[in-house]
Design a protein around this ligand. Structure first.
Ligand SMILES: Cc1cc2nc3c(=O)[nH]c(=O)nc-3n(C[C@H](O)[C@H](O)[C@H](O)COP(=O)(O)OP(=O)(O)OC[C@H]3O[C@@H](n4cnc5c(N)ncnc54)[C@H](O)[C@@H]3O)c2cc1C
Length: 492
């Protein structure tokens, strides 16, 4: 029988769950907390997700900006990119930030940090196992096997890349977002399997660095979660620098000196063969729950393996809470952070706050940038009917700043409920889309979600934000919108 050590709180995962640990370190310095993570401290967002990917994308943005300055009669050119240094610099920054989180955990007197895998043996009892630990197991400070227990446990388990069933994939070397940072040499050619935001961002990055990129997406539409006009414009713009093959399914990967991909064009059934030096798989996320053995913890998971929680983010096991990607909901860092606050209030302060998902924004940091929130046109029509929906639309190029910035194609599309003037959704493609969207998101968190503060207020002239104001001042019925032929089809 292993020794059992008791804690006031056990936190599994150092992604957004770390927010709770930080608050406990400051506000409850006499509580005893166990923090467990089998990977480097900081979670996916810091070590393999949002932060490194956005650091890489800044290099791509600069390359693309320099390529554009010729339009302003300025003569500079990109002579070379030092890919190895870009990757090394990014890895080093991430490592330093992760190590500094580790130092906080190690140096906090009320925290025991276990750099290994957590496994339930019973509800509220977790084994921290040196043998079963993954990367953390190699470390000197990994503990010997022991059991730990607490009345309150928080699971911020995250997710991992979903690997599709492709013949031969097990025998081929491929990258995912988990290990792409380790790449040292820029491939001449790279095949990207997937058509969502991770595939789009890495496709944009590699093409700007100088690789020839071919992206294969099973879906008939590139970036299928976005409005059709946005998908089409993104495909058209990114398609100028890389090959985007939608409706194409990769069936087999063979590895020789290069990788050969056998691809089927869905619909026609036509077989095609492509070769690439490297392959990146970016086909969505899978649950990370297997390691922790949720059944032994009495924690229900759904058919997909995601942790089931109620509206207070409590699992089926009382006083065990889950947040972030682990629940398979909206897999964004800002959602995981938001949920960490809800869990702090409910699990630690004993409140009963419900998570509120009425307006979840998201962004894709390619050029043109994309940001969206709420319902799309189709969803709004389905829910409220043709007569209760209004659409506002405005092109960046029709604003003073848009013209100064030579923005040819970006736009803002907003969707309102006609009789209440409630904002139902907003979709932006163009420079600073994520920043421009934020004022709309903020209004969507007011009690009446009204667009009036934008419609009746002032926007600085000639700031880019005028494109948002003007979209709200250009409202029309869905029929009028369609009649105006807002057709951003990539095949134009
Ligand atoms: C390439 C990429 C780009 C992204 N870009 C964005 C973006 O721009 N904006 C955005 O909002 N979101 C982005 N995301 C999504 C975002 O990173 C995640 O939604 C967010 O990090 C989830 O946080 P989390 O706290 O739920 O989990 P994580 O940050 O994944 O943390 C979970 C931690 O739990 C640990 N763990 C799991 N099981 C165990 C166990 N049994 N024992 C011990 N430790 C365990 C893991 O090691 C991990 O460190 C991106 C993701 C990827 C992959």
């Amino acid at each position: 029988m292993l020794e059992i050590k008791e804690y006031d709180l056990i936190v599994v995962g150092t992604g957004s769950a770390i927010n709770i640990v930080y608050r406990m370190i400051v506000d409850n310095s006499d509580t005893k907390i166990a923090v467990i993570d089998k990977n480097d401290p900081g979670g996916i967002s810091l070590t393999r997700g949002c932060i490194p990917s956005k650091m890489l994308l800044q290099h791509a943005n600069l390359v693309r900006m320099i390529e554009k300055v010729g339009e302003y009669n300025i003569d500079i050119e990109v002579k070379d990119v030092d890919f190895e240094k870009i990757m090394k610099g990014t890895r080093e920054t991430i490592r330093e930030r992760s190590e500094s989180i580790g130092r906080v955990l190690i140096n906090s007197e009320n925290v025991d940090y276990y750099p290994c895998t957590a496994e339930f043996v019973d509800p509220h009892i977790i084994t921290v196992s040196r043998q079963r630990a993954l990367r953390g197991s190699e470390r000197e400070d990994a503990p010997e096997d022991m059991n730990i227990t607490s009345k309150t446990i928080i699971l911020g388990l995250g997710s991992r890349p979903r690997i599709p069933h492709i013949k031969g994939i097990r025998f081929a070397h491929y990258y995912t977002s988990d290990n792409i940072l380790e790449m040292e040499e820029l491939p001449d050619t790279i095949a990207i399997v997937g058509g969502g935001y991770v595939a789009a961002e890495f496709g944009y990055f590699f093409s700007a660095m100088g690789s020839r990129v071919t992206l294969f997406s099973r879906n008939p539409r590139f970036l299928p979660s976005e409005e059709p006009e946005i998908s089409a414009l993104a495909e058209k713009e990114l398609g100028k620098r890389m090959t985007i093959l939608t409706n194409h399914e990769v069936r087999e990967i063979k590895e020789d000196s290069a990788k050969t991909l056998m691809v089927i064009e869905r619909g026609t059934g036509k077989r095609k063969e492509f070769t690439a030096d490297e392959v990146l798989i970016a086909t969505g996320r899978a649950p990370n729950t297997t390691f922790i053995h949720p059944v032994r913890g009495g924690i229900q998971t759904d058919d997909g393996g995601w942790v089931v929680v109620d509206e207070h983010l409590e699992t089926s096991q009382p006083n065990i809470w889950a947040l972030g990607d682990a629940t398979g909901g909206h897999m964004f860092k800002h959602v995981a952070d938001y949920e960490s606050h809800i869990v702090y209030h409910n699990a630690i302060l004993g409140e009963r706050i419900k998570a509120d998902y009425q307006a979840i924004p998201r962004a894709i940091f390619i050029q043109p940038e994309i940001a969206s929130v709420g319902l799309g046109e189709g969803g709004a029509l389905e829910r409220y009917g043709e007569d209760e929906v209004l659409i506002g639309f405005y092109n960046y190029r029709d604003t003073a700043m848009g013209e100064a910035m030579h923005i040819e194609n970006g736009f803002v599309k907003v969707i309102l409920h006609r009789s209440t003037r409630k904002i139902l959704g907003a979709h932006i493609i163009g420079p600073q889309a994520s920043v421009l969207l934020q004022e709309i998101v903020t209004l969507m968190y007011t009690p009446d979600r009204s667009a009036d503060p934008i419609i009746h207020g002032m926007h600085i002239h000639p700031a880019l934000s005028e494109v948002v104001e003007k979209a709200f001042l250009s409202l029309m019925t869905p029929r009028q919108y369609r009649a105006l032929g807002h057709n951003h089809d990539s095949r134009d």
